[in-house]
Write a protein that binds this ligand. Structure first.
Ligand code: ZN
Length: 357
């Protein structure tokens, strides 16, 4: 629902010039249609984004959104991987397609897929046409190919990671159902623990805030730019208050152009929008999967999946892979109890650090 999530508590917008956490950072974001090349024009965002030419192959930047549906059998054959096979004992009609990198399960009529055991939200539900599975071309390009076909991520040395502890200062985030402490405190502690661990793994780590201060979303993006970050990870905890039942882990990355988001939270979701961070669609998903799987396995939380959103100000202006992790629900009594524990936050930090080894 519109007010759900960790943005619901912050009401500083009345007197503060700082944008509401998670929101887009200006009132009107003009859609920038997908372009044949990857040059990013300055001026469409409220923060300066220098013109940049990335060196990614042009196939990643279609001149127009891909609207075609493709037979999964044909796609698998063209890419020389095993033909999809129906999973006979599934409760719903489901198909599996696999490669040397892993196994993707697609359910007919559902936007939820499962990649190597973790939930991945697609743009469009696969369909059966003439007894064949058809998948939207954008899902093939943006969700299946990066995982099934592309080489997995590898990390060099001296890579720069900017960690973004959500909220801060008057922007407190949500609060724990159990002890009332604010989200901003837990995100900062998680980031500090992660920094210590990651620096022993060869990462250079910078935090967008190191104390209880309020930092505008645009300045978090500018901070990553100034530090030449190779990767940006924003850390949050969730809320569905007054619902106490909802629980689990979510990891977000920017919605690819031409695709509907998983979550819009009442903001307009213009499919044709193309943001600087869309140049990193492949890496975004690969990072999201890597981090999500690690935190999920460590925390034992329910899997709410890898999700897509367009309204998150800390993601869309990034000129580097960027993900946002919602590390559990502070509105759920069981999960808030865990998040309050320093031992649990250390485990969450270890999970992310191990995932980036
Ligand atoms: Zn938050």
């Amino acid at each position: 629902m519109f007010l759900a999530g960790c943005a619901s508590i912050y009401d500083g917008g009345k007197s503060e010039p700082v944008p509401k956490e998670w929101s887009v950072t200006n009132k009107v974001v003009q859609p920038l249609p997908p372009k044949a090349n990857s040059t990013v024009r300055p001026g469409i965002h409220p923060f300066p984004i220098p013109v940049v030419q990335t060196n990614l192959p042009p196939k990643k930047f279609p001149a127009a959104p891909i609207l075609t549906w493709t037979s999964l059998d044909r796609w698998a054959a063209e890419n020389k991987i095993a033909a999809p096979r129906r999973i006979s004992n599934a409760a719903v009609t489901a198909y599996e397609v696999s490669s040397a990198h892993g196994r993707m399960i697609l359910e007919i009529g559902s936007r939820e897929a499962v990649w190597n055991g973790i939930v991945l939200h697609l743009g469009f539900a696969p369909e059966i046409i003439d007894d064949q599975v058809f998948v939207h071309g954008l899902d093939l390009q943006k969700n299946l190919e990066p995982l099934l076909l592309d080489e997995p991520l590898a990390f060099g040395t001296n890579r720069v990671l900017v960690l973004d502890p959500g909220h801060g200062g008057a922007n407190v985030g949500t609060h724990s159902l159990t002890d009332g402490r604010f989200e901003k405190e837990f995100t900062l502690d998680w980031a500090r623990r992660m920094k210590i661990l990651l620096e022993t793994n060869g990462w250079k780590v910078f935090l967008t805030r190191t104390n209880d201060s309020e930092v505008a979303l645009s300045n978090r993006v500018n901070f990553a730019e100034a530090h030449h970050a190779d990767l940006f990870v924003s850390l949050h905890f969730n809320s569905a208050a007054p619902d106490k039942i909802q629980n689990g882990l979510e990891t977000y990355c920017l919605t690819p152009s031409g695709m509907p988001s998983t979550l819009t939270r009442g903001y307009s979701d213009l499919w044709s929008d193309h943001y600087p961070n869309n140049a990193f669609d492949v890496e975004n998903l690969q990072f999201a999967v890597r981090l999500h799987a690690a935190v999920l396995h460590t925390s034992g939380e329910e899997d709410r999946g890898i999700r897509r959103a367009r309204f998150m100000g800390v993601l869309l202006g990034q000129r580097r892979p960027a993900v946002l992790i919602e590390g559990g629900y502070l509105s759920n009594p069981r999960e808030s109890g865990k998040i309050e524990s320093a031992e649990f936050r250390e485990k969450l930090a270890e999970a992310v650090a191990n995932a980036l080894k």
